[in-house]
Design a binder for this molecule. Structure first.
Ligand code: 5GP
Length: 188
């Protein structure tokens, strides 16, 4: 008889444009029972992004209100401009129902979750090389030159912290990366 295991929270981080979003979307397509946390952010929606699906897009005022009401598991100011945060209630509800959950957050957020949920699985998605990361960011073409510079500065700090994670997964090719993640999350 198999022993029922407690579902785990997987926390995924990695530098800008490493392909975290693409990899996580592909993972969810393959394993639709996994719950992906929808973060709140003060950033404006990019073209095609849907409120409540990609993010909960909040005003600065509403975000501050949620902080004051202690509704966040973690929150951080990312790339020095906008606030991003994970709401506690939906994550706790999913885990309580036995559903494995994924958070895709920045390094400051990772450190907060580690304090509160040390049993979570912490995974860093790394680029094959620095040059490849710059190429992916330029290729995306969604950020201004100033924003790209700021994101690359943050990326250097994030890459320097990769050893804080339980696992480092190099995103060299989406399907391969998804398989590796599925094994780590014990979905495969
Ligand atoms: P983007 O603006 O490109 O959608 O996201 C920028 C960064 O914000 C991502 O690298 C992601 O790691 C981080 N981020 C997204 N949601 C959250 C969150 O809920 N909490 C924290 N701490 N960071 C987040």
């Amino acid at each position: 008889m198999s022993v029922e295991k407690k579902p785990r929270l997987a926390v995924i981080a990695g530098p800008t444009a490493v392909g975290k979003g693409t990899v996580v979307r592909a993972l969810l397509e393959k394993y639709p029972h996994v719950y992906l946390s929808v973060s709140a952010t003060t950033r404006a929606p990019r073209e095609g992004e849907i409120d409540g699906q990609d993010y909960h897009f909040l005003s600065h005022e509403d975000f501050e209100g949620a902080i004051a009401r202690d509704e966040f598991l973690e929150w951080a100011t990312v790339h020095k401009v906008n606030k991003y945060g994970t709401l506690k209630a939906p994550i706790e509800a999913q885990l309580a129902q036995g559903v494995p959950a994924i958070l895709e957050i920045d390094l400051a957020g990772v450190r907060q979750v580690r304090q509160q949920m040390p049993d979570a699985l912490f995974i860093f998605i790394a680029p094959p090389s620095w040059e490849e990361l710059v190429k992916r960011l330029q290729g995306r073409g969604t950020e201004s030159a100033e924003e790209m510079t700021r994101r690359l500065e943050t990326a250097k700090l994030e890459l320097a912290a990769k050893d804080e994670f339980d696992h480092i997964v190099v995103n060299d090719e989406v399907d391969r990366t998804v398989s590796e993640l599925a094994e780590l999350l014990e979905l495969a």
